[in-house]
Design a protein around this ligand. Structure first.
Ligand code: NG1
Length: 399
C-alpha cells in the first residue's frame, strides 16, 4: 500500500517522497458528545488510516493532492491567518492544521503531499481529525520539530475548529496518542490518556449505515446546535443551584461538586429539550466510568449493557440517531452482540457492536443479510463492515 502511494507521489511530483505519515481513524467505544463538556471518554484507534507521503519544500507552500479523485488538488501558503476554501472543501482540514502549526510552533516550511485514506468519510470514524493530525505530524517533521503527541493533539483540537465545528478533543487525543492493543480513557483539562487493554476475546464490529453525516457541511449545524443546548442547560442548572458560574464552567466542574443523581434532580425544572440534553451528558458520564471498570474486569456483558444504554440515550435524549442506525443496532443485538450503539457524532455514519470471537461472524452475517443485501453493492463488504483492530497512534517514517 505504502509502496503504491510512494510511486504515485513520484509520478505526480517528479521525485520520491522523503517521509510517509500514518494517522489512524478511531472508533469511540463509549462516551459520546461529552468530550466538549470536559468529561472522560473511551475511544480506540483503528487499523483504517490516513497516509500522507510528503517531501519538505524550501518555501512555505503546501501542495496537496488525494488519491481519491473526488478531492481536488489544492495549494496554499502556510501562515498564521489562512483564508478558508468554501465550506465542505477537504482542503480546509489541511489549512486548519497548517494554520494551527504556524500559530503554535511558527513552522514556515511547507511540503508537497499526497494523501490516501482507508477511513470512510463522514462516517463518525474521524477521518477529518486523522487528516488534521496527519498533516500536523508531516509539518512537524518537515520543520524538524519533535512535539509531544498529547500537546499536538490539544493544539489540533483547537485548530480543527477552523472548519466551523465546535468539536471536542477526543479524536485528536486518541489519533495522536493511542497504544496498540488498547482503548484509552481520555481525560481533559489537562489532556491525559490512560491505555486500557482490550481483552483477547472481545471483537468490536463497526458497521456503516451508508448514510453520510458531513461535519464540514450539513451535520455541522446539528452538532453545534446540540452543543449550544447542552451548554445552556448547564448554565441554567448552575444558576438554579446557586453556584457561581465562574467556578462551574463545564459539566465536569458541576459533577465534581454535585453528584449525578442530585444534578439530575436539580435539572427537573428545565424545558423538555434542554432536560434531555442535560440528562444525556450526566448519564453518559456515569456509563463511561462503568465501562472502564467492565473493560478492565473482562466483563463484555456489563460493557454491552452500557453500550445499549448509551445508544438509548443518544437516540432519545441527544437525538442523534436515525432509523438506519437503530436498525443496525437491533440486528447486531438480535444476532448475539453483547451490546451496540451509534459511534461518533451520529446523524448518519456507523454503529459499533461488541461481540465475542465466537459470535462475531454470526453478527456480521446477520448485518449482511438484513441490512446490506437490500441496499445493493454501494460499498464493498470490507468497506462497510469490519472488525476494529486497536491500532497505535500517528507516526512518521522516512522512506
Ligand atoms: P466525529 O464522530 O468524528 O464527527 C465528533 C467530534 C468529537 C465528539 C464526537 C461525539 C470533532 C473533530 N469531533 O466526532 O469531538 O464530540 O463528535 O462524541 O469535532
Amino acid at each position: 500500500m505504502t509502496a503504491d502511494l510512494e510511486r504515485h507521489f513520484e509520478e505526480r511530483y517528479g521525485s520520491r517522497p522523503t517521509h510517509v505519515v500514518r494517522a489512524p481513524g478511531r472508533v469511540n467505544l463509549i462516551g459520546e458528545h461529552i468530550d466538549f463538556a470536559g468529561l472522560p471518554v473511551l475511544p480506540m484507534a483503528l487499523q483504517r488510516e490516513v497516509r500522507i507521503a510528503f517531501r519538505p519544500r524550501e518555501d512555505g507552500l503546501i501542495l496537496a493532492a488525494s488519491r481519491d479523485s473526488s478531492f481536488a488538488p489544492c495549494h496554499f501558503e502556510l501562515g498564521a491567518s489562512i483564508e478558508p476554501y468554501e465550506e465542505g472543501d477537504w482542503g480546509n482540514y489541511l489549512k486548519a492544521a497548517a494554520q494551527g502549526m504556524a500559530l503554535a510552533y511558527g513552522v514556515d516550511r511547507g511540503c508537497d503531499a499526497l494523501v490516501e485514506s482507508s477511513v470512510p468519510v463522514a462516517a463518525g470514524l474521524s477521518s477529518s481529525s486523522a487528516l488534521v493530525i496527519g498533516t500536523a505530524v508531516a509539518l512537524a517533521a518537515a520543520n524538524h520539530r519533535t512535539i509531544d503527541p498529547l500537546e499536538l493533539a490539544a493544539r489540533m483540537a483547537d485548530a480543527e475548529r477552523y472548519v466551523g465545528t465546535r468539536g471536542g478533543g477526543m479524536d485528536h487525543a486518541i489519533i495522536a496518542g493511542a497504544r496498540a492493543g488498547c482503548a484509552a480513557r481520555v481525560d481533559f483539562d489537562p489532556l491525559r490518556l490512560e491505555p486500557v487493554p482490550i481483552p483477547p476475546d472481545w471483537r468490536f464490529l463497526v458497521a456503516d449505515s451508508l448514510v453520510q453525516a458531513h461535519k464540514s457541511g450539513g451535520a455541522r449545524a446539528g452538532y453545534n446546535r446540540r452543543r449550544v443546548e447542552t451548554d445552556r442547560a448547564l448554565g441554567a442548572v448552575v444558576a438554579r443551584l446557586g453556584l457561581a458560574a465562574r467556578d462551574v464552567r463545564s459539566y465536569r466542574d458541576l459533577l465534581e461538586r454535585v453528584p449525578g443523581p442530585e444534578s439530575l434532580a436539580a435539572a427537573a425544572f428545565l424545558p423538555a429539550d434542554l432536560l434531555k440534553r442535560f440528562r444525556h451528558v450526566v448519564t453518559e458520564a456515569a456509563r463511561v466510568v462503568g465501562a472502564e471498570v467492565t473493560l478492565r474486569a473482562d466483563s463484555p456483558v456489563g460493557f454491552g449493557m452500557l453500550m445499549n444504554g448509551s445508544h438509548a440515550s443518544l437516540a432519545e435524549d441527544y437525538e442523534v440517531s436515525i432509523p438506519e442506525l437503530d436498525d443496525l443496532v437491533r440486528i447486531a443485538r438480535d444476532a448475539g452482540a453483547f451490546g451496540a450503539r451509534v459511534t461518533g457524532a451520529g446523524m448518519g455514519g456507523c454503529i459499533v457492536a461488541l461481540c465475542s470471537a465466537g459470535t462475531v461472524d454470526d453478527v456480521r452475517q446477520a448485518m449482511d443479510d438484513r441490512y446490506y443485501a437490500a441496499r445493493g453493492p454501494k460499498a464493498g463488504p470490507f468497506d462497510r463492515l469490519f472488525v476494529a483492530e486497536p491500532a497505535p497512534g500517528a507516526s512518521v517514517a522516512r522512506t
